[in-house]
Write a protein of this length. Structure first.
Length: 736
């Protein structure tokens, strides 16, 4: 529990320290915004004028009471929301706030702007106007502020009257529009009624319909009757067929032959000729028994028989209507057979009558059945036509009724609102207390200044503190080089204060020189292997990697080590400027073989040598990534105790990534305020993807006032004390 409290306390201290550092960085814009807002607030308090407020009230009615009492025109102009959550009063508030109503009020009262004396703009009018729905009621409260009490009351009353006029006019326009619409629809609906009536009449005439339901009921009755008759006739016909079959067996012939035979037996002409024929046959038979065929009497009888036979055939044809071959024995039958034949013929006639009757009844039944089958379809079509006619008639009647209601409503419309309280000129002005205004101004100033500081801090993506740099890179921290003021050291040449590029050489006792010596010590113990060739680089230009290289080399040389500083930044060489040496011959010349590197190396301090960059080549990458460069580095390592290579920034060229593979390790330089979080992350990713051996991180140009750690406050105090002592010594020397 105690550990948790300690951790919480440390976090709070850290947060307050960060906040304090942010305020120190952004105090100028924050103070500026605070001062401006506070100044405007003070001016507003001094220039405050008395403001008068007038109030009126409107009662919003859901519908027209007159229409509700008469029952005519109901629904026209009614205030109804589109959903249950909407409030008609709130809707009317927006109507009152609408630009057309405001412009009418401004024009009617000739309202002017208090500041410019120009006609008041609707947006400025809205700023002075306040509309609200009094809770739990249908009352709208209208409030207006003005420097004139009479004007405030006049504006409220005029605005309410303009709203009432607009409400009545809107409802009247709605009624008029509805009437015009209905009047345009009536001719079309009337024509539709006529078309429906004509269609129904043509349908009945075409299908011979009078009373379809009565016809359907009658058809059912007739069909049932015909079905009974058909069944009865079929039974009688079946009985007649049975009897006819028995008589046919007894008679031995069919009906036609029986009818013909009966006609022949009843024909006197046929019977006389038949009797004469039979008599002649008998005589001929007697003569043949007594005489030969040549006997004249036989010949005469044969001729007579032939003549009678021809006459008999003629008489038979006359009797039955056509010539038929009938046996002589059937031309005369007995009385009993005659009766059977007559009964057979009579029964056949009855059968034919029954068959004819059955066919007639069946045909009639078929017709009724067909009619009955189409009656449902006809009934459906008739109902559809009747529905269309009824709908058209109903629509026509409704339109006539609504047209009458709309005309009445148009004349009796009184609107949906009325004034229940007119505005009176206020006697007392509304004055805000200066203390309240100042308090609000101070609060607003604090909020806006804090917002300004926050926005500037968020937009600034640069690394601001040593801690941020360490967290971004994540490398081993080897040292921090402070950024001191100009009085941190004294230029021994001209006695003026200036920033010193080589404090290790010029002011060896200065705190910044001690920082480089600490870097040298940390670098020595950072690796278990002995380091001989070190590459110094940074993320972007301006971070001081060349200065770090020069001072680190000087610090190592002061310990008695032979050190060589190689300026490999051929695009922007700096070492010859720092050491004030010529750059006529250097690394590029040694790589291409124009000069021996031993002659190009210059001694700048005891045991400290430099090799400048030399002439700028068109393609530095090709030179640095050559076998000659590798051979030179090997020779440097053999000739010197330490070799420091000043390489270009990682994000500027690929030189540092290639040279890093030829060295014992890479030293990364970062400067707060120069490198950003994005560039730092990109440089770190490049080093990681190229598998560079990073020895550690040096944070250069640290502003001690921006650091929140207590350690740096002690360092700052120590540095300031040392700076003061050094300054006093330098002053004493100049006086002597």
């Amino acid at each position: 529990m105690q550990e948790r409290l300690i951790e919480t306390s440390e976090n709070l201290d850290l947060d307050f320290s960060k906040l304090w550092l942010i305020l120190k960085r952004r105090w100028l814009p924050g103070t500026g915004v605070f001062s401006i807002i506070l100044g405007l607030t003070i001016i507003a308090v001094c220039l405050q004028k008395p403001v008068y407020e007038a109030t009126g009230k409107l009662l919003i009615k859901k519908n027209d009471q007159t229409a509700a009492l008469t029952g005519l025109g109901q629904g026209i102009g009614d205030l109804e929301g589109l959903n249950l959550q909407s409030n008609p009063v709130n809707t009317e508030i927006e109507v009152v706030r609408s630009i057309p109503l405001l412009q009418k009020t401004i024009a009617a009262l000739n309202l002017k702007d208090d500041r410019t004396n120009e006609p008041l703009k609707p947006e400025d009018f809205i700023d002075k106007l306040k509309l609200k729905n009094i809770g739990g009621t249908d009352v709208m409260q209208v409030t207006y502020k003005s420097i004139s009490p009479d004007e405030a009351a006049a504006v409220v009353n005029k605005l309410m009257n303009v709203y009432l006029e607009n409400n009545i006019q809107t409802n009247r326009v709605t009624a008029t529009a509805a009437g015009d619409f209905i009047a345009k629809q009536i001719p079309d609906v009337e024509a539709r009624v006529r078309r429906a009536e004509s269609a129904l009449r043509r349908f009945k005439e075409k299908n011979h319909l009078i009373a379809l339901e009565v016809e359907a009921q009658g058809a059912v009755t007739v069909i049932q009757t015909l079905e009974g008759q058909i069944a009865q006739v079929r039974a009688e016909l079946a009985d007649a067929n049975t009897k006819l079959a028995k008589l046919r067996q007894q008679v031995g012939m069919d009906a036609d032959n029986s009818l013909n035979l009966n006609a022949l037996n009843q024909s006197r002409g046929v019977q006389r000729v038949l009797t004469e024929y039979q008599k002649t046959e008998a005589e001929l038979a007697q003569l043949r028994t007594r005489y030969a065929e040549t006997y004249p009497g036989i010949s005469n009888l044969q001729q007579k028989r032939t003549a009678l036979q021809a006459l008999l055939s003629q008489r038979i044809a006359q009797a039955v209507g056509k010539a038929r071959a009938v046996a002589d024995g059937k031309l005369q039958i007995g009385e009993s057979k005659q009766k059977l034949t007559e009964a057979y013929i009579q029964l056949e006639v009855e059968r034919l009558g029954l068959a004819s009757r059955l066919a007639s009844i069946s045909g009639e039944y078929k017709l009724y059945k067909q009619r009955a089958n189409i009656l449902p379809k006809l009934e459906q079509q008739q109902r559809e036509l009747e529905r269309q006619l009824k709908a058209a008639q109903s629509t026509y009647e409704i339109l006539l009724q609504k047209l009458q209601e709309v005309k009445v409503a148009e004349n009796q419309n009184m609107g949906n609102a009325r004034i229940i309280e007119s505005a009176l000129a206020p006697e007392k002005a509304l004055l805000l207390k200066p203390v309240m205004i100042l308090a609000a101004g101070i609060l607003l100033s604090v909020m806006l200044s804090s917002g300004t500081v926050a926005v500037l801090e968020v937009k600034d993506i640069s690394v601001k503190t040593l801690k941020e740099a360490r967290e971004l890179f994540g490398y081993t921290f080897l040292g921090a080089i402070p950024s001191l003021t100009k009085k941190a050291a004294v230029d021994g040449k001209n006695g003026e204060t200036a920033a010193i590029a080589l404090p290790v050489r010029d002011t060896p006792r200065a705190p910044i020189a001690e920082a480089f010596r600490m870097l040298q010590a940390n670098l020595k113990f950072s690796s278990s292997d002995k380091l001989k060739v070190i590459l110094v680089t940074s993320s972007v230009p301006g971070e001081g990697k060349s200065t770090v290289s020069a001072n680190l080399g000087a610090a190592i040389a002061q310990l008695g080590n032979r050190v060589l500083i190689v300026d490999a930044d051929m695009r922007r060489p700096r070492q010859h400027h720092i050491w004030e040496k010529a750059n006529t011959e250097g690394l590029s010349d040694a790589i291409v073989g124009q000069v021996d590197y031993q002659f190009a190396i210059k001694e700048v301090l005891p045991k400290l040598h430099i090799l400048t960059a030399g002439a700028t080549p068109p393609n530095p990458v090709a030179l640095l990534d050559s076998v000659q460069m590798t051979s030179l580095i090997d020779n440097f390592a053999k000739s010197f105790d330490f070799v420091i290579i000043d390489a270009p920034p990682v994000l500027v060229a690929a030189d540092a990534l290639m040279l890093g593979k030829m060295t014992d390790g890479l030293l990364m330089v970062a400067r707060p305020g120069v490198v950003s979080s994005n560039t730092a992350a990109t440089a770190r990713d490049l080093l990681q993807s190229s598998s560079q051996k990073v020895l550690g991180l040096v944070v250069n140009g640290v502003i001690l006032e921006n650091e929140s750690d207590s350690y740096y406050y002690y360092v700052k105090d120590y540095y300031m004390e040392e700076d003061s002592t050094s300054h006093q010594r330098s002053t004493a020397k100049r006086k002597t």
